[in-house]
Design a protein. Structure first.
Length: 434
C-alpha cells in the first residue's frame, strides 16, 4: 500500500479538478479526432485507443467521485468502444488507485471511535474493492461474522460538490449556446441523487428497505447491515462471496447459467420498481455478485431511487398492456407518467410508440438473443434522427434515474449475451402484478 500522503486523496478544489479534466479531454479529444480521420481513410474503426483509455482510467480513478462514475458508464456501452478498450475502462467498476491504510484507519477511528484492529477481530490492510466514493475492506466482527467495510474517501464530499458545480456550469452553457432544451431540472435531479450517496447512514437505511423489497424474490440477496459498525462515513455489511458480474461473464458460463443470471437481473430491476416503487439506479457490473449458491447478490445501495406513486402506476399499466400485446395508448400514459409534450399529438405519439417498439423486443419476441441485441444502437439512431422533435417531449426529472437503471440493465443483458425465452421472464413479472 502507498504511504499516508495527499497523493492518495482525490484532488481537491473546483479549479484543480476542472484543470485535470480539461487536460484529459484535450488528450482524449485528440485521440478521437485521430481515429475519426483513420475511419474516413478506411482504417481502424476504434473510437478510442488503448493508450487513451489507460489515461482515462488513471485520471478518472484518481479524481474518483462523479468523474469516476462517468468512466463506469462509458465502459458499459459496447457500441462506443472496442472490447480491448472496454476491458481497460472496466477497471473503474471496482478498482481505482487505493488510499493508504493509514488514511483508512484514521477515518475508521474518527467514525467508530476505535482503530480498525480494535473495532474488528480482523481487518484487511489491502482493499477488497475501490469505488467512486469509498474503499471496501474485508473484515471480521468480534463475534466472528465476516463483513465488508466501506470507508469513504476523505474530502470526497467537497470533490463531489466541486464536480457538480463544474458540470452544472457546462449544462447551463451548452443549453444556452445551442438553444437546446434546458437540462437544468434533469441535472438537478442527477446532482441531488449523487450527493445523497455521500451519507452512509442513508445508504444503510436504503439497503434495509431494499432487502424488504426483494424478500419475495428468493433468488436475489441483499447483505445485512451491521448497524453497530456503521456511521455517516463507514458502512459495514455482511460479506457476500462470489465473482462480480464483470468477472463472471468471462468464465465461460453455459447459456443456461447466463439465462438464469439475466433473469435475476431483470427481476432485481423491475421487481422492486413495480412492487415497492424503488429501483437500483447504479447498475454497473461491479454492483452484482454471482453467489456460489446460485443467488444474485446486490451491492451499493446509495443510489436507490424512490419514485412518485403516479410515475410507478402509469409505468405499471404501460408494462401490463405491452405484455398483453395490446395497443398502448402512449400519449395519455406518457402524460400521466409526467411527460410534457410540445408537439402535435399524433406526431409525438408516433415517436414514443417507436421507442416502446424498439425497447419492447425482448418482451414481444421469443426466443430472444441478447448477444445480437441491437436495442441500444437502434434507440440511439431513433433519437439522433428525430433529435429536434424529441427536444419537445420532456420526461419528468425523476425519470432520469429510471432511465439510468433500465438502460444499464439492457447493457448488462447484452454483456451476458444469453439466448432464451425472455418474454416468459417479463410475463412472470406481469403476473406478479395481478
Amino acid at each position: 500500500m502507498a504511504s499516508d500522503s495527499d497523493d492518495t486523496l482525490p484532488p481537491q478544489g473546483r479549479f484543480t479538478r476542472m484543470r485535470k479534466l480539461a487536460g484529459l479531454s484535450m488528450q482524449v479529444g485528440a485521440d478521437v479526432l485521430k481515429s475519426g480521420a483513420k475511419r474516413l481513410a478506411g482504417g481502424t474503426p476504434d473510437l478510442l485507443s488503448k493508450g487513451a483509455a489507460e489515461k482515462l482510467v488513471s485520471t478518472l480513478g484518481e479524481l474518483k467521485g462523479a468523474a469516476m462514475k462517468l468512466g463506469q458508464a462509458l465502459s458499459m456501452d459496447p457500441d462506443l468502444l472496442t472490447p480491448e478498450v472496454r476491458q481497460v475502462l472496466a477497471r473503474l467498476q471496482n478498482q481505482a488507485p487505493a488510499m493508504s491504510y493509514d488514511m483508512v484507519a484514521r477515518v475508521v477511528r474518527q467514525e467508530l471511535g476505535a482503530a480498525p484492529e480494535d473495532a474488528f477481530r480482523e481487518f484487511s490492510r489491502e482493499p477488497l474493492a475501490a469505488a467512486s466514493l469509498g474503499q471496501v475492506h474485508r473484515a471480521v466482527l468480534p463475534d466472528g461474522r465476516p463483513v465488508a467495510v466501506k470507508v469513504q474517501y476523505p474530502g470526497i464530499a467537497d470533490s463531489m460538490a466541486h464536480d457538480m458545480e463544474n458540470l452544472g456550469m457546462v449544462v447551463k452553457t451548452v443549453g444556452k449556446a445551442s438553444r437546446l432544451m434546458d437540462g437544468s431540472a434533469y441535472f438537478q435531479e442527477f446532482r441531488d441523487e449523487l450527493l445523497l450517496e455521500l451519507d452512509y447512514r442513508r445508504e444503510a437505511s436504503l439497503a434495509e428497505g431494499f432487502a424488504r423489497s426483494v424478500a419475495s424474490l428468493e433468488d436475489l440477496y441483499v447483505p445485512a447491515v451491521i448497524a453497530s459498525h456503521s456511521t455517516g462515513r463507514v458502512l459495514t455489511l455482511e460479506l457476500l462471496e462470489g465473482p462480480t458480474l464483470k468477472d463472471w461473464v468471462v468464465t465461460g458460463a453455459s447459456n443456461d447459467e447466463r439465462f438464469r443470471v439475466s433473469r435475476q437481473l431483470i427481476r432485481a430491476t423491475y421487481g422492486p420498481f413495480f412492487g415497492a416503487g424503488e429501483i437500483h439506479a447504479d447498475p454497473h457490473p461491479g454492483n452484482f455478485l454471482v453467489m456460489p449458491d446460485g443467488r444474485l447478490g446486490l451491492l451499493d445501495f446509495g443510489s436507490i431511487k424512490r419514485f412518485s406513486p403516479r410515475f410507478v402506476a402509469a409505468n405499471r399499466r404501460m408494462f401490463q398492456q405491452a405484455m398483453r400485446l395490446e395497443t398502448v395508448d402512449v400519449l395519455p400514459l406518457s402524460r400521466e407518467v409526467g411527460f410534457t409534450v410540445e408537439l402535435p399529438d399524433e406526431e409525438a405519439a408516433e415517436l414514443i410508440r417507436e421507442v416502446l417498439h424498439i425497447a419492447g423486443r425482448p418482451m414481444r419476441l421469443s426466443p430472444y438473443d441478447y448477444a445480437s441485441c441491437e436495442i441500444p444502437r437502434d434507440m440511439r439512431g431513433h433519437f439522433t434522427r428525430h433529435a429536434p422533435r424529441f427536444l419537445k417531449i420532456k420526461p419528468p426529472p425523476e425519470a432520469v434515474m429510471f432511465f439510468r437503471s433500465t438502460g444499464g440493465l439492457a447493457q448488462n443483458l447484452r454483456l451476458i449475451g444469453a439466448h432464451g425465452d425472455f418474454r416468459g421472464v417479463f410475463l412472470e413479472m406481469a403476473e406478479r402484478l395481478g
